[in-house]
Design a protein around this ligand. Structure first.
Ligand code: ARG
Length: 595
């Protein structure tokens, strides 16, 4: 032990509280993943969270949809510009494009209808919150008991403070007559991403005695001086480090909840490293992009957060529309992509290690074989429409007319009934494919199908979903590889084989200077007994999410010989090419959400 340490330790004993702060400080720091913070994720980062239904995910960021991309028919909404819009989505997409326009109320606009928020206090940025609801003639206060940082942030956004609230202060000084005259206060519930308090749900309750009124301190630029104990939000606001990874969106832009290794307090850790409030687990709406908040919910189903938790038995009266319900309804009306779910729900007959023979084509409905002159030379993955994904090293543009794409194939010596053979219309090789390093080893094959209008009929095939985020799966997740490649001791294989492998992190330690983290993925088993091999290239490494939806996570690319421990198989990391693929095949074909 160094002398300084001894000194610190003694000092800590002397100041007994010091020990507690030190230890809790480090454990909290452990919850946050430093490298991830550098990416500056916010509620608009679709690698981490779902976009709002009036947004779509483009290059990792939620962007505004154009109003016409919203589902039609719903309740008419009124905006602050005095105009009515056909749906909440139309209004929000417009607001997203022109932030000055905000939601006012549901229904058509009336000249007198006005919603306003103001602060009752001495400073511009702090005070007791006063609101005037549309259709209510007097301003009212908000009850302190219903007031959290989520509502406080929204109140501050509404007042023009883009970083939201510094905090909620429940005791402000106010002239006593004011309070004494008002026997009622409003309860409010927000999700935290609204841009105006008008979008939150207000209820009126007869107050039982004094419960305090809601106050807020909005975060004005440079008000807070950072200390060792602060966490800097992406929007620039400093919050206490103790508030990161607790499921509560203190930052206002969610940046304190998106890079977590663990969660504290009453919150749930999504596999994607995001902390969400426990109330959102099993509430019937998927919040984790990995889907894990809505599984194993039997007996745990929670009602959707609706109104407020019943506080004693009081008279309550809902004063405003439920815009959260409206948001959910819009979401349910958006077009859905069908991918990654097998037609029949039969169970795969599993076999043990070494790779097993596929028994039924319906188990691998996205698997295709690329046939050249004398046999299946490579695999491929059907991703929908007329498109097949494969490895760049498998195909040459000059040979386009020589390839045959075999779908629903099990054994290419003993043919099964379901087989369908397609010719190739076009081959697109990634423009940055490097044949010597295997970087960007990815290509698309467009099938001939019927030319006009262009359609492909593959009745037995099901597209695998294309992953849009690198956080959908993690090291140690179990995934499946399949192909007609060489088996043990380089034996030729005629029948489709498959095996389960685990995703492997830190693969550079196996392949120093050859493994590119962002573009490649490693997978294998500890003993190397299951691996892809020569001939499997271009074929799928598929993983299933919490809801059993199958994604093509990797394309078989390379590896140091086959099935050797310490030399796992290397795959092209498909999530890294989501934008490239959607650019080539058209966004709507593979956009599962956010079309
Ligand atoms: N490049 C090989 C092929 O053309 C695939 C190699 C995969 N190797 C491995 N050990 N996983 O088929």
């Amino acid at each position: 032990m160094k002398l300084v340490h001894v000194f610190l330790l003694l000092l800590c004993f002397y100041l007994s509280f010091c020990k507690a702060t030190l230890t809790s400080g480090t454990s909290r720091e452990d919850l946050v993943e430093k490298k991830c913070l550098e990416k500056k994720y916010t509620h608009l980062s679709c690698n981490k969270v779902f976009c709002q239904p009036w947004q779509k995910c483009i290059e990792g960021t939620c962007r505004c949809k154009l109003p016409y991309q919203c589902p039609k028919n719903s309740t008419v909404m009124c905006a602050t510009n005095g105009k009515s819009y056909p749906t909440y989505c139309h209004l929000k997409s417009l607001e997203c494009l022109h932030p000055a326009t905000k939601f006012l109320n549901n229904g058509t606009c009336k000249a007198e209808g006005k919603f306003s928020v103001s602060l009752y206090g001495t400073a511009d940025s702090e005070g007791i919150v006063e609101v005037q609801l549309v259709d209510q003639e007097k301003k009212m206060f908000i009850c302190g008991s219903s007031w959290t940082i989520a509502e406080a942030n929204v109140a501050c956004f509404d007042l023009g403070f883009q970083q939201g609230a510094l905090g909620i202060r429940r005791r402000f000084n106010f002239p006593e007559e004011t309070y004494l005259n008002s026997t009622e206060c409003l309860h409010v519930l927000c999700r935290g991403f609204e841009t105006s308090l008008a979008e939150c749900t207000f209820t009126k309750r007869r107050a039982k005695g004094y419960q305090g009124l809601a106050g807020v301190v909005c975060y004005a630029q440079n008000t807070e001086v950072p200390t060792d104990e602060s966490f800097q939000c992406v929007n620039g606001k400093y919050i206490s480090r103790t508030k990161a990874c607790d499921g509560v969106n203190d930052c206002g832009d969610q940046s304190d909840e998106l890079c977590c290794k663990g969660c504290q307090g009453d919150s749930f850790l999504c596999k994607s490293g995001v902390c969400i409030p426990s109330q959102q687990k099993c509430n019937g709406e998927v919040d984790c992009i990995t889907g894990d908040d809505e599984v194993d919910c039997e007996g745990a189903r929670r009602p959707a957060i609706q109104g407020l938790a019943p506080v004693a038995q009081e008279e309550t009266e809902t004063l405003t529309a439920d815009m959260n319900a409206e948001r959910k309804r819009i979401k349910s009306l958006l077009p859905k992509l069908s991918c990654g779910v097998r037609n029949s729900n039969h169970v795969r007959r599993k076999r043990v290690v070494g790779g097993s023979l596929a028994q039924d084509v319906a188990d691998f409905p996205w698997q295709v074989g690329i046939k050249e002159a004398d046999g299946i030379s490579c695999g491929g993955i059907y991703i929908g429409g007329c498109w097949v994904l494969t490895a760049a090293h498998c195909v040459r543009v000059s040979k386009t007319h020589r390839y045959q794409i075999w779908t629903s194939l099990l054994d290419w010596v003993k043919y099964n009934r379901e087989i369908k053979v397609e010719l190739v219309n076009r081959i697109i090789i990634h423009e940055k494919y490097n044949a010597s390093t295997y970087q960007n080893d990815i290509a698309l094959i467009e099938l001939k199908g019927y030319p006009n209008p262009k359609i492909c009929e593959l009745p037995q095939s099901v597209p695998a979903c294309v992953p849009w985020s690198p956080y959908l799966f993690q090291p140690n997740d179990r995934c499946i590889i399949s192909g007609w490649g060489r088996g043990k001791d380089k034996q030729r294989v005629f029948s489709l084989k498959w095996g389960a492998v685990n995703l492997i992190g830190n693969c550079s330690k196996f392949y120093p200077n050859r493994f590119y983290e962002k573009e490649m993925e490693c997978a294998g088993t500890v003993d190397g007994s299951i691996d892809a091999c020569k001939g499997d290239s271009g074929g799928p490494l598929v993983c299933m999410d919490a809801n059993n939806v199958t994604y093509v996570w990797g394309v078989v690319s390379w590896g140091e010989s086959c099935g050797k421990p310490e030399f796992p198989g290397v795959y092209t990391k498909v999530a890294n090419y989501y934008d490239w693929i959607s650019y080539q095949v058209g966004r709507s074909l593979i956009s599962q959400y956010n079309i």
